[in-house]
Design a binder for this molecule. Structure first.
Ligand code: CA
Length: 224
């Protein structure tokens, strides 16, 4: 899952990025409102964390403009202002949630999880397909009850596939949601990671069916 952090205080922005990357998110930072708006309107994010007081373009304007452009990426406003009126204005501008600085990283993570799963109705952090289970909270992946160890990128890739179970995903969609803007992506990067993932979640389970499918000319999907 890929997150955009729009925050002009470098220390805060960098520490959020570092923390989120440890939790397997791909993260881009914009240090100004204008850069944030440009990235948010051209790249495909799963969540935007948005400061309100920003140089270039204020957070509330970014929020309103994105919604006007029919960009419905979940937005969490992050700000030092804790007044009720600011919260109301933020939510009325199209934000989905509001967190007042200083905040605990644990709370930020819990709210991110809630926003990312919002299109689904389930509160269950466990994603499944057939006999494969991924716990997005404890990072445990199991197939036939056997624990599978994945690298951080493999985990992100599998999570993205599972969140779009039975849908064909193109390489470009996969890159857009699993890697950040500055990542070095080679033409075969996705293939390499898909192969690694198959080596871990499909090949060792020869008595069962493969779960990752190549749809020639289109991309990949996970399903029974
Ligand atoms: Ca600020």
């Amino acid at each position: 899952m890929r997150i955009l952090v729009v925050e002009d205080e470098h220390r805060i922005a960098n520490s959020i990025k570092k923390g989120l990357e440890q939790e397997r998110y791909a993260v881009d930072i914009a240090f100004s409102g204008t850069d944030g708006y440009d990235l948010a309107s051209t790249e495909d994010y799963d969540l935007i964390i948005l400061d309100l007081m920003l140089p270039g373009m204020p957070g509330l304007t970014i929020c309103q403009e994105l919604r006007k452009k029919q960009i419905h990426t979940p937005i969490m406003i992050l700000t030092a202002k804790g007044q009720i009126q600011d919260k109301v204005t933020g939510l009325d501008s199209g934000a989905d949630d509001y967190l007042v600085k200083p905040f605990s990283f644990e709370e930020l993570l819990a709210r991110i999880r809630a926003l990312i799963r919002r299109p689904k109705t389930s509160l269950n952090p466990v994603l499944t397909v057939f006999e494969l289970e991924m716990d997005t909270k404890s990072y445990e992946v199991k197939r036939q009850k056997k624990i599978i160890n994945l690298s951080s990128k493999e985990f992100s890739l599998l999570e993205y596939l599972l969140r779009h179970k039975n849908q064909i995903l193109t390489k470009n969609q996969i890159i857009a949601h699993v890697w950040n803007y500055n990542a070095d992506i080679l033409p075969n990067t996705v293939e390499v990671y898909i192969r690694n993932l198959r080596d871990k979640i499909d090949r060792p389970f020869k008595n069962s069916q493969p779960l990752i499918h190549t749809v020639r000319g289109f991309g990949y999907k996970i399903g029974e």
